[in-house]
Design a protein around this ligand. Structure first.
Ligand code: FAD
Length: 476
Protein backbone atom coordinates (compact mmCIF):
# COMPACT_ATOMS: atom_id res chain seq x y z
CA UNK A 1 0.00 0.00 0.00
CA UNK A 2 1.15 3.41 -0.98
CA UNK A 3 1.01 6.57 1.15
CA UNK A 4 1.11 10.18 -0.02
CA UNK A 5 2.95 12.50 2.41
CA UNK A 6 2.06 16.16 1.99
CA UNK A 7 4.96 18.45 3.00
CA UNK A 8 4.27 22.05 3.99
CA UNK A 9 6.15 24.02 6.67
CA UNK A 10 7.99 20.82 7.65
CA UNK A 11 10.68 20.61 4.98
CA UNK A 12 12.76 17.90 6.61
CA UNK A 13 13.14 14.14 6.92
CA UNK A 14 14.32 14.16 10.56
CA UNK A 15 11.66 14.48 13.27
CA UNK A 16 8.82 14.58 10.77
CA UNK A 17 5.91 12.61 12.29
CA UNK A 18 3.76 12.37 9.13
CA UNK A 19 6.70 11.10 7.08
CA UNK A 20 7.94 8.81 9.82
CA UNK A 21 4.59 7.13 10.49
CA UNK A 22 3.71 6.86 6.80
CA UNK A 23 7.02 5.08 6.22
CA UNK A 24 6.33 2.73 9.12
CA UNK A 25 2.86 1.82 7.94
CA UNK A 26 2.99 1.94 4.15
CA UNK A 27 5.01 -0.30 1.87
CA UNK A 28 5.88 2.74 -0.22
CA UNK A 29 5.78 6.47 0.29
CA UNK A 30 5.55 9.34 -2.18
CA UNK A 31 6.07 12.95 -1.11
CA UNK A 32 4.12 15.91 -2.45
CA UNK A 33 4.51 19.67 -2.09
CA UNK A 34 1.94 22.15 -3.40
CA UNK A 35 2.85 25.64 -4.56
CA UNK A 36 0.27 28.31 -3.63
CA UNK A 37 1.45 31.45 -5.45
CA UNK A 38 -1.96 33.14 -5.21
CA UNK A 39 -2.30 32.45 -1.50
CA UNK A 40 1.27 33.50 -0.75
CA UNK A 41 0.57 36.83 -2.42
CA UNK A 42 -2.51 37.43 -0.26
CA UNK A 43 -0.45 36.59 2.82
CA UNK A 44 2.30 39.03 1.75
CA UNK A 45 4.91 36.26 1.96
CA UNK A 46 8.20 37.80 0.87
CA UNK A 47 10.25 36.73 -2.11
CA UNK A 48 13.11 36.28 0.36
CA UNK A 49 11.14 33.67 2.28
CA UNK A 50 9.74 31.97 -0.80
CA UNK A 51 13.18 31.86 -2.42
CA UNK A 52 14.55 30.30 0.78
CA UNK A 53 11.67 27.79 0.93
CA UNK A 54 12.28 26.73 -2.68
CA UNK A 55 15.96 26.15 -1.92
CA UNK A 56 14.95 24.08 1.08
CA UNK A 57 12.49 22.15 -1.05
CA UNK A 58 15.33 21.23 -3.40
CA UNK A 59 17.40 20.15 -0.40
CA UNK A 60 14.46 18.07 0.84
CA UNK A 61 14.17 16.42 -2.57
CA UNK A 62 17.80 15.46 -2.24
CA UNK A 63 17.35 14.01 1.26
CA UNK A 64 14.27 12.09 0.14
CA UNK A 65 16.21 10.65 -2.85
CA UNK A 66 18.57 8.97 -0.41
CA UNK A 67 15.51 7.20 1.05
CA UNK A 68 14.16 6.36 -2.44
CA UNK A 69 11.15 8.60 -1.78
CA UNK A 70 10.12 10.61 -4.84
CA UNK A 71 8.86 14.18 -4.38
CA UNK A 72 6.17 15.64 -6.61
CA UNK A 73 5.89 19.43 -6.71
CA UNK A 74 2.65 20.74 -8.21
CA UNK A 75 0.97 24.14 -8.36
CA UNK A 76 -2.42 24.60 -6.73
CA UNK A 77 -2.53 28.44 -6.87
CA UNK A 78 -4.78 28.86 -3.82
CA UNK A 79 -5.66 26.83 -0.73
CA UNK A 80 -9.15 26.13 -2.08
CA UNK A 81 -7.63 24.03 -4.89
CA UNK A 82 -5.58 21.87 -2.52
CA UNK A 83 -8.13 19.07 -1.89
CA UNK A 84 -8.87 18.39 -5.59
CA UNK A 85 -5.22 18.72 -6.66
CA UNK A 86 -4.14 16.24 -4.00
CA UNK A 87 -6.93 13.81 -4.80
CA UNK A 88 -5.96 13.83 -8.44
CA UNK A 89 -2.29 13.18 -7.61
CA UNK A 90 -3.24 10.50 -5.16
CA UNK A 91 -5.33 8.73 -7.81
CA UNK A 92 -2.65 9.08 -10.47
CA UNK A 93 -0.02 7.49 -8.25
CA UNK A 94 -2.35 4.87 -6.74
CA UNK A 95 -2.01 6.08 -3.15
CA UNK A 96 -4.33 4.67 -0.52
CA UNK A 97 -3.69 7.16 2.28
CA UNK A 98 -2.72 10.78 2.91
CA UNK A 99 -0.31 11.89 5.67
CA UNK A 100 0.30 15.42 6.90
CA UNK A 101 1.44 17.52 9.86
CA UNK A 102 -1.11 20.07 11.05
CA UNK A 103 -0.73 23.83 10.66
CA UNK A 104 -2.62 26.22 12.93
CA UNK A 105 -3.66 29.33 10.99
CA UNK A 106 -7.40 29.57 10.34
CA UNK A 107 -7.10 29.21 6.57
CA UNK A 108 -4.58 26.38 6.82
CA UNK A 109 -6.91 24.46 9.15
CA UNK A 110 -9.82 25.01 6.80
CA UNK A 111 -7.75 23.80 3.84
CA UNK A 112 -6.69 20.67 5.70
CA UNK A 113 -10.19 19.92 7.01
CA UNK A 114 -11.58 20.25 3.47
CA UNK A 115 -8.88 17.94 2.18
CA UNK A 116 -9.53 15.34 4.85
CA UNK A 117 -13.28 15.48 4.12
CA UNK A 118 -12.79 14.98 0.39
CA UNK A 119 -10.41 12.06 0.91
CA UNK A 120 -12.72 10.43 3.46
CA UNK A 121 -15.54 10.76 0.99
CA UNK A 122 -13.45 8.62 -1.36
CA UNK A 123 -12.72 6.22 1.53
CA UNK A 124 -9.07 7.29 1.62
CA UNK A 125 -7.89 7.83 5.20
CA UNK A 126 -6.09 11.04 6.09
CA UNK A 127 -3.58 10.76 8.98
CA UNK A 128 -2.83 14.04 10.71
CA UNK A 129 0.09 14.62 13.07
CA UNK A 130 1.45 17.37 15.19
CA UNK A 131 4.96 18.84 14.95
CA UNK A 132 4.93 22.64 14.87
CA UNK A 133 4.88 23.11 18.63
CA UNK A 134 5.75 21.11 21.74
CA UNK A 135 2.10 20.92 22.80
CA UNK A 136 -0.91 20.71 20.51
CA UNK A 137 -2.43 24.20 20.57
CA UNK A 138 -5.54 24.19 22.70
CA UNK A 139 -4.23 21.57 25.12
CA UNK A 140 -2.64 24.02 27.56
CA UNK A 141 -5.36 25.81 29.54
CA UNK A 142 -5.53 27.69 32.83
CA UNK A 143 -7.57 26.62 35.87
CA UNK A 144 -10.73 28.11 34.37
CA UNK A 145 -10.22 26.09 31.19
CA UNK A 146 -9.37 29.20 29.17
CA UNK A 147 -6.39 29.88 26.95
CA UNK A 148 -3.48 31.58 28.64
CA UNK A 149 -3.30 35.20 27.57
CA UNK A 150 -0.15 36.07 29.48
CA UNK A 151 3.25 34.58 28.73
CA UNK A 152 4.75 33.87 32.16
CA UNK A 153 1.93 31.66 33.54
CA UNK A 154 1.81 29.92 30.16
CA UNK A 155 5.52 29.13 30.37
CA UNK A 156 5.26 28.02 33.99
CA UNK A 157 2.39 25.67 33.20
CA UNK A 158 4.17 24.30 30.13
CA UNK A 159 7.24 23.49 32.25
CA UNK A 160 5.01 21.60 34.70
CA UNK A 161 3.30 19.58 32.00
CA UNK A 162 6.12 18.69 29.64
CA UNK A 163 7.51 15.17 29.60
CA UNK A 164 10.88 14.02 28.23
CA UNK A 165 9.09 11.96 25.54
CA UNK A 166 7.50 15.13 24.26
CA UNK A 167 10.83 16.68 23.44
CA UNK A 168 12.35 13.56 21.87
CA UNK A 169 12.77 14.01 18.10
CA UNK A 170 11.88 11.14 15.76
CA UNK A 171 14.54 9.66 13.50
CA UNK A 172 14.40 9.89 9.71
CA UNK A 173 12.54 6.99 8.11
CA UNK A 174 14.50 4.02 6.80
CA UNK A 175 15.23 3.71 3.11
CA UNK A 176 12.49 2.11 1.04
CA UNK A 177 12.85 0.00 -2.11
CA UNK A 178 13.35 2.14 -5.23
CA UNK A 179 10.13 3.14 -7.02
CA UNK A 180 9.59 3.52 -10.72
CA UNK A 181 8.31 7.08 -10.30
CA UNK A 182 10.89 9.84 -10.13
CA UNK A 183 10.87 13.35 -8.73
CA UNK A 184 8.52 15.63 -10.62
CA UNK A 185 8.94 19.35 -10.26
CA UNK A 186 8.80 22.53 -12.32
CA UNK A 187 12.17 22.96 -14.05
CA UNK A 188 12.63 26.42 -12.67
CA UNK A 189 11.79 25.77 -9.01
CA UNK A 190 14.90 27.59 -7.81
CA UNK A 191 14.19 30.54 -10.06
CA UNK A 192 10.51 30.94 -9.21
CA UNK A 193 11.19 33.64 -6.63
CA UNK A 194 13.95 36.20 -6.88
CA UNK A 195 15.03 37.42 -3.44
CA UNK A 196 15.19 41.16 -2.85
CA UNK A 197 17.76 40.61 -0.09
CA UNK A 198 21.38 39.78 -0.73
CA UNK A 199 23.54 36.94 0.63
CA UNK A 200 20.66 34.72 1.75
CA UNK A 201 22.55 31.58 0.70
CA UNK A 202 25.60 32.67 2.71
CA UNK A 203 23.69 33.48 5.90
CA UNK A 204 21.16 30.67 5.71
CA UNK A 205 22.32 27.83 3.48
CA UNK A 206 19.41 25.57 2.57
CA UNK A 207 18.78 22.14 4.02
CA UNK A 208 18.66 20.17 7.22
CA UNK A 209 22.38 19.60 7.49
CA UNK A 210 23.08 23.35 7.38
CA UNK A 211 20.33 24.09 9.92
CA UNK A 212 21.58 21.36 12.24
CA UNK A 213 25.18 22.63 11.95
CA UNK A 214 24.01 26.09 12.88
CA UNK A 215 22.10 24.78 15.90
CA UNK A 216 25.13 22.73 16.99
CA UNK A 217 27.54 25.60 16.72
CA UNK A 218 25.16 27.97 18.53
CA UNK A 219 24.79 25.47 21.39
CA UNK A 220 28.53 24.90 21.50
CA UNK A 221 29.40 28.57 21.85
CA UNK A 222 27.17 31.64 21.51
CA UNK A 223 24.47 30.34 23.85
CA UNK A 224 26.83 30.67 26.85
CA UNK A 225 26.47 34.45 26.69
CA UNK A 226 22.98 34.55 25.14
CA UNK A 227 21.40 36.13 28.22
CA UNK A 228 24.01 38.93 28.21
CA UNK A 229 24.32 39.52 24.48
CA UNK A 230 20.93 38.83 22.92
CA UNK A 231 19.83 42.47 23.07
CA UNK A 232 22.81 43.99 21.26
CA UNK A 233 22.33 44.11 17.50
CA UNK A 234 26.01 44.67 16.69
CA UNK A 235 26.83 41.30 18.30
CA UNK A 236 25.86 38.00 16.66
CA UNK A 237 24.51 36.93 20.05
CA UNK A 238 21.35 35.06 19.00
CA UNK A 239 20.91 31.81 17.14
CA UNK A 240 19.68 33.19 13.77
CA UNK A 241 17.75 29.93 13.43
CA UNK A 242 14.39 31.61 12.76
CA UNK A 243 14.37 31.13 8.94
CA UNK A 244 14.93 27.37 9.29
CA UNK A 245 12.38 27.10 12.10
CA UNK A 246 9.78 28.94 10.00
CA UNK A 247 10.41 26.69 6.99
CA UNK A 248 10.41 23.62 9.20
CA UNK A 249 13.90 22.64 8.04
CA UNK A 250 14.54 22.41 11.77
CA UNK A 251 11.94 21.38 14.35
CA UNK A 252 11.15 22.93 17.68
CA UNK A 253 11.73 19.53 19.29
CA UNK A 254 15.23 19.31 17.84
CA UNK A 255 16.04 22.74 19.31
CA UNK A 256 14.39 22.07 22.65
CA UNK A 257 15.85 18.59 23.03
CA UNK A 258 19.41 19.67 22.32
CA UNK A 259 19.12 22.70 24.58
CA UNK A 260 17.87 20.47 27.39
CA UNK A 261 20.68 18.01 26.85
CA UNK A 262 23.18 20.83 27.03
CA UNK A 263 21.64 21.89 30.36
CA UNK A 264 21.50 18.43 31.98
CA UNK A 265 17.77 18.15 31.40
CA UNK A 266 16.91 21.41 33.20
CA UNK A 267 14.52 23.94 31.65
CA UNK A 268 14.55 26.83 34.08
CA UNK A 269 17.61 26.35 36.27
CA UNK A 270 21.27 25.87 35.47
CA UNK A 271 23.02 27.59 32.60
CA UNK A 272 21.60 31.11 32.30
CA UNK A 273 22.25 31.36 28.56
CA UNK A 274 20.40 28.12 27.86
CA UNK A 275 17.43 28.83 30.13
CA UNK A 276 17.00 32.28 28.57
CA UNK A 277 17.06 30.73 25.09
CA UNK A 278 14.53 28.07 26.09
CA UNK A 279 12.29 30.86 27.30
CA UNK A 280 12.49 32.50 23.87
CA UNK A 281 11.52 29.21 22.24
CA UNK A 282 8.44 29.24 24.49
CA UNK A 283 7.49 32.68 23.11
CA UNK A 284 7.26 30.99 19.74
CA UNK A 285 5.06 28.32 21.28
CA UNK A 286 2.90 30.91 23.07
CA UNK A 287 2.08 32.85 19.92
CA UNK A 288 1.19 29.71 18.01
CA UNK A 289 -1.23 28.72 20.77
CA UNK A 290 -2.71 32.24 20.63
CA UNK A 291 -3.10 31.98 16.85
CA UNK A 292 -5.08 28.80 17.30
CA UNK A 293 -7.11 29.93 20.30
CA UNK A 294 -8.07 33.34 18.91
CA UNK A 295 -8.79 32.99 15.18
CA UNK A 296 -9.36 36.74 14.85
CA UNK A 297 -5.61 37.31 14.93
CA UNK A 298 -5.36 35.37 11.63
CA UNK A 299 -7.87 37.82 10.19
CA UNK A 300 -6.01 41.12 10.66
CA UNK A 301 -8.00 41.91 13.79
CA UNK A 302 -6.70 43.22 17.10
CA UNK A 303 -6.42 40.74 19.94
CA UNK A 304 -7.95 43.40 22.19
CA UNK A 305 -11.15 44.28 20.32
CA UNK A 306 -11.52 47.66 22.04
CA UNK A 307 -8.32 48.86 20.37
CA UNK A 308 -10.01 48.53 16.96
CA UNK A 309 -11.39 52.03 17.67
CA UNK A 310 -7.95 53.65 17.94
CA UNK A 311 -7.61 56.68 15.70
CA UNK A 312 -4.58 55.74 13.61
CA UNK A 313 -2.95 58.44 11.50
CA UNK A 314 -2.92 58.25 7.72
CA UNK A 315 0.53 59.48 6.83
CA UNK A 316 1.94 57.95 3.63
CA UNK A 317 5.14 60.01 3.68
CA UNK A 318 5.98 59.02 7.27
CA UNK A 319 5.20 55.37 6.46
CA UNK A 320 7.50 55.58 3.46
CA UNK A 321 10.28 57.20 5.50
CA UNK A 322 9.98 54.35 8.04
CA UNK A 323 10.04 51.71 5.30
CA UNK A 324 13.07 53.25 3.62
CA UNK A 325 15.04 53.92 6.80
CA UNK A 326 14.88 57.73 6.56
CA UNK A 327 13.10 58.71 9.77
CA UNK A 328 15.99 60.68 11.22
CA UNK A 329 16.20 58.24 14.15
CA UNK A 330 19.46 56.39 13.46
CA UNK A 331 18.65 53.14 15.26
CA UNK A 332 15.26 52.89 13.51
CA UNK A 333 16.81 53.63 10.13
CA UNK A 334 19.69 51.19 10.63
CA UNK A 335 17.20 48.48 11.59
CA UNK A 336 14.91 49.05 8.63
CA UNK A 337 17.87 48.99 6.27
CA UNK A 338 19.03 45.73 7.85
CA UNK A 339 15.58 44.29 7.14
CA UNK A 340 15.33 45.36 3.52
CA UNK A 341 18.95 44.44 2.77
CA UNK A 342 19.18 41.05 4.50
CA UNK A 343 15.56 39.87 4.98
CA UNK A 344 16.15 39.57 8.73
CA UNK A 345 16.09 41.95 11.70
CA UNK A 346 17.39 41.58 15.22
CA UNK A 347 14.66 41.03 17.86
CA UNK A 348 15.43 44.17 19.88
CA UNK A 349 15.18 46.19 16.68
CA UNK A 350 11.90 44.54 15.66
CA UNK A 351 10.48 45.86 18.92
CA UNK A 352 12.01 49.33 18.51
CA UNK A 353 10.86 49.76 14.90
CA UNK A 354 7.39 48.33 15.59
CA UNK A 355 6.88 50.67 18.54
CA UNK A 356 8.19 53.58 16.51
CA UNK A 357 5.65 53.01 13.73
CA UNK A 358 2.67 52.18 15.92
CA UNK A 359 3.36 54.64 18.75
CA UNK A 360 5.60 57.51 17.61
CA UNK A 361 3.98 57.70 14.18
CA UNK A 362 0.61 56.34 15.36
CA UNK A 363 0.34 54.35 12.15
CA UNK A 364 -1.79 51.20 12.17
CA UNK A 365 0.31 48.21 13.22
CA UNK A 366 -1.19 46.19 10.36
CA UNK A 367 0.80 48.25 7.84
CA UNK A 368 4.00 47.44 9.69
CA UNK A 369 3.09 43.78 10.04
CA UNK A 370 2.53 43.63 6.28
CA UNK A 371 5.82 45.37 5.45
CA UNK A 372 7.70 42.96 7.71
CA UNK A 373 6.04 39.98 6.02
CA UNK A 374 6.95 41.40 2.61
CA UNK A 375 10.63 41.37 3.55
CA UNK A 376 11.29 38.82 6.29
CA UNK A 377 12.94 35.54 5.41
CA UNK A 378 11.52 34.13 8.67
CA UNK A 379 8.02 35.67 8.27
CA UNK A 380 5.65 33.74 10.49
CA UNK A 381 2.07 34.86 11.04
CA UNK A 382 1.91 33.88 14.72
CA UNK A 383 5.25 35.44 15.76
CA UNK A 384 4.99 38.49 13.52
CA UNK A 385 1.42 39.28 14.49
CA UNK A 386 2.23 38.57 18.13
CA UNK A 387 5.28 40.86 18.04
CA UNK A 388 3.41 43.67 16.29
CA UNK A 389 0.40 43.54 18.56
CA UNK A 390 2.67 43.36 21.60
CA UNK A 391 4.48 46.49 20.43
CA UNK A 392 1.29 48.36 19.53
CA UNK A 393 -0.37 47.44 22.86
CA UNK A 394 -3.31 45.89 21.04
CA UNK A 395 -2.33 42.30 21.71
CA UNK A 396 -2.12 39.61 24.29
CA UNK A 397 0.36 40.21 27.07
CA UNK A 398 0.93 43.51 25.35
CA UNK A 399 3.17 46.25 26.60
CA UNK A 400 0.76 48.61 28.42
CA UNK A 401 0.01 51.55 26.17
CA UNK A 402 1.90 53.99 28.38
CA UNK A 403 5.06 51.90 28.05
CA UNK A 404 6.75 53.25 24.99
CA UNK A 405 10.37 52.96 23.94
CA UNK A 406 12.32 56.15 23.49
CA UNK A 407 14.23 55.24 20.32
CA UNK A 408 17.17 57.46 21.30
CA UNK A 409 17.61 55.91 24.76
CA UNK A 410 17.22 52.44 23.24
CA UNK A 411 19.96 53.33 20.79
CA UNK A 412 22.26 54.65 23.52
CA UNK A 413 21.66 51.54 25.60
CA UNK A 414 21.79 48.77 23.02
CA UNK A 415 24.17 50.25 20.43
CA UNK A 416 26.22 52.43 22.76
CA UNK A 417 29.29 52.71 20.52
CA UNK A 418 27.10 53.22 17.43
CA UNK A 419 28.74 50.27 15.68
CA UNK A 420 25.47 48.86 14.35
CA UNK A 421 24.28 52.27 13.15
CA UNK A 422 27.58 52.90 11.39
CA UNK A 423 27.26 49.59 9.55
CA UNK A 424 23.83 50.43 8.10
CA UNK A 425 23.72 54.22 7.94
CA UNK A 426 26.97 55.24 6.24
CA UNK A 427 25.86 58.91 6.22
CA UNK A 428 26.62 58.86 9.96
CA UNK A 429 29.83 56.84 9.84
CA UNK A 430 32.02 59.76 10.90
CA UNK A 431 30.07 60.77 13.98
CA UNK A 432 31.37 59.82 17.41
CA UNK A 433 29.57 57.41 19.71
CA UNK A 434 27.74 60.22 21.50
CA UNK A 435 26.50 62.24 18.53
CA UNK A 436 25.58 59.24 16.42
CA UNK A 437 22.34 58.71 18.36
CA UNK A 438 21.09 62.27 17.78
CA UNK A 439 23.03 63.48 14.74
CA UNK A 440 21.20 66.77 14.41
CA UNK A 441 21.25 67.52 18.13
CA UNK A 442 18.40 68.24 20.47
CA UNK A 443 17.18 71.35 18.73
CA UNK A 444 16.73 69.39 15.49
CA UNK A 445 18.79 71.73 13.36
CA UNK A 446 20.44 70.20 10.31
CA UNK A 447 24.11 69.50 11.13
CA UNK A 448 26.75 70.25 8.58
CA UNK A 449 28.72 67.05 9.15
CA UNK A 450 25.83 64.76 8.09
CA UNK A 451 23.94 66.83 5.49
CA UNK A 452 22.58 63.72 3.75
CA UNK A 453 20.86 62.43 6.85
CA UNK A 454 17.24 63.58 7.44
CA UNK A 455 15.98 65.53 10.44
CA UNK A 456 13.78 63.49 12.80
CA UNK A 457 10.32 63.18 11.24
CA UNK A 458 8.62 63.33 14.62
CA UNK A 459 9.18 64.80 18.06
CA UNK A 460 9.35 61.97 20.59
CA UNK A 461 7.78 63.86 23.47
CA UNK A 462 4.89 65.25 21.46
CA UNK A 463 4.22 61.93 19.77
CA UNK A 464 4.22 60.23 23.15
CA UNK A 465 1.49 62.57 24.32
CA UNK A 466 -0.48 61.96 21.12
CA UNK A 467 -0.51 58.19 21.56
CA UNK A 468 -1.41 58.50 25.26
CA UNK A 469 -4.36 60.68 24.28
CA UNK A 470 -5.44 58.23 21.61
CA UNK A 471 -5.50 55.33 24.09
CA UNK A 472 -7.16 57.47 26.76
CA UNK A 473 -9.88 58.36 24.28
CA UNK A 474 -10.73 54.66 24.03
CA UNK A 475 -11.61 54.62 27.70
CA UNK A 476 -14.04 57.48 27.55
P1 FAD B 1 16.76 33.58 19.06
O1 FAD B 1 16.87 34.68 20.04
O2 FAD B 1 17.95 32.71 18.88
O3 FAD B 1 15.50 32.70 19.49
C1 FAD B 1 15.35 31.35 19.04
C2 FAD B 1 14.01 31.15 18.37
O4 FAD B 1 12.95 31.38 19.28
C3 FAD B 1 13.75 32.07 17.20
O5 FAD B 1 14.38 31.61 16.03
C4 FAD B 1 12.24 32.05 17.12
O6 FAD B 1 11.77 30.89 16.46
C5 FAD B 1 11.84 31.95 18.59
N1 FAD B 1 11.60 33.29 19.15
C6 FAD B 1 12.47 34.09 19.78
N2 FAD B 1 11.87 35.21 20.21
C7 FAD B 1 10.58 35.12 19.83
C8 FAD B 1 9.45 35.96 19.99
N3 FAD B 1 9.51 37.13 20.64
N4 FAD B 1 8.28 35.56 19.45
C9 FAD B 1 8.18 34.38 18.81
N5 FAD B 1 9.21 33.54 18.63
C10 FAD B 1 10.40 33.90 19.14
N6 FAD B 1 9.92 35.73 14.71
C11 FAD B 1 9.75 34.92 13.65
O7 FAD B 1 10.22 33.78 13.66
N7 FAD B 1 9.04 35.34 12.55
C12 FAD B 1 8.50 36.60 12.48
O8 FAD B 1 7.85 36.94 11.48
C13 FAD B 1 8.70 37.48 13.57
N8 FAD B 1 8.24 38.74 13.54
C14 FAD B 1 8.41 39.57 14.63
C15 FAD B 1 7.89 40.87 14.60
C16 FAD B 1 8.04 41.71 15.70
C17 FAD B 1 7.44 43.10 15.64
C18 FAD B 1 8.73 41.26 16.84
C19 FAD B 1 8.90 42.16 18.02
C20 FAD B 1 9.26 39.98 16.88
C21 FAD B 1 9.12 39.12 15.78
N9 FAD B 1 9.65 37.81 15.78
C22 FAD B 1 9.44 36.98 14.70
C23 FAD B 1 10.31 37.27 16.99
C24 FAD B 1 11.84 37.44 17.05
O9 FAD B 1 12.19 38.76 16.76
C25 FAD B 1 12.58 36.50 16.08
O10 FAD B 1 12.10 35.18 16.24
C26 FAD B 1 14.08 36.51 16.36
O11 FAD B 1 14.59 37.80 16.20
C27 FAD B 1 14.77 35.55 15.41
O12 FAD B 1 16.15 35.57 15.62
P2 FAD B 1 16.90 34.30 16.23
O13 FAD B 1 16.54 33.08 15.47
O14 FAD B 1 18.35 34.67 16.30
O15 FAD B 1 16.27 34.23 17.67
Amino acid sequence: NSGLVWFRSDLRVQDNPALYHASQQCSQVIGVYLLFPGQWKIQYDSNNKLYFWMQNLKALENELSKLNIPLIVASAESFSNAPATLLELSGKHHCQSLWLNDEYGVYEQQRDDDTERLFRHQSIPCHRYHQQTLFIPGTLRNKQGDYFKVFTPFKKYLFQQITPEQTQPLPAPVQQAPLSIKHINPESLEQLYKPTASHIDDHWPAGEAAAQNSLDSFLAGTIEEYHNQRDYPSIAGTSSLSPWLAAGTLSIRQCFHQALQANHGEMDTGNKGITTWISELIWREFYKHILFGFPRVSMHRAFKPETEQLQWQTNPSALKAWQEGRTGFPIVDAAMRQLTTTGWMHNRLRMITAMFLSKNLLIDWRLGEQFFMEHLIDGDLAANNGGWQWSASTGTDAAPYFRMFNPTSQSEKFDASGEFIRQWVPELANLDSKRIHTPHGDNRQMSLDCPDYPLPIVDHKASRQRVMDAFQALKS
